[in-house]
Design a protein around this ligand. Sequence first.
Ligand code: ZN
Length: 238
Amino acid sequence: MENIEILKKWVDECNNIVFFGGAGVSTESGIPDFRSVDGLYNQQWSYPPETILSHTFFTENPEEYYRFQRAKLVIKDVKPNTAHLKLAELEQKGKLKAVITQNIDGLHQMAGSKEVLELHGSMLRAYCSKCGKTASVEKMNYGQGLPLCEYCGGIIRPDIVLYEEALDDNIVQKSISYIRKCEMLIIGGTSLNVYPAAGLINYYRGNKLVLINRSETPYDRYADLIIHANIGEVFSNL
Ligand code: ZN
């Protein structure tokens, strides 16, 4: 594909690339996309996932929240795919400065990426909702019943941003700084409908905005290069 050749050329030339990724980066590792047609949001459950994954719901119905988290968000034996591995390789070569992700699965770190800005946190970290101490992820994700803090008995929670909760401002500011300064911004696997993705990319000042997504996005017209394909497939050609 001609566009992939252009992307390859740009990647070869640029030494200050930033990658911004969404759910589509992880779907090829077998992690369901929350918002795609066949994703979590269309599955049968007593409440919509947006409700279950909210701060209020977690506080009022922690048992049901955990039933959902363990059944739907904890996915065993996932491995990084071509896109994760290639991004880690580009960072190692000094070409890529940061990965900004909306995913909570830790796959970029598993692939070897060092500078990963997790806008929505990580399912691979847990802390006590009462005293704030770090807690066991094993107990949280694979235990029985409500996971409780060994120090104070409070309910353990994942270090993710639930609905109604604010993003970590430190991570947002760092992301803005990387996007502002980068030469090339590659956006992949996101339809850019989800806050704060759209807002963040407005900080980009360069002329190499690349959008890789299977379907069209509202931002296609702003892109300097658009590739409608699976992200893993594109990265396997770089
Ligand atoms: Zn505690």
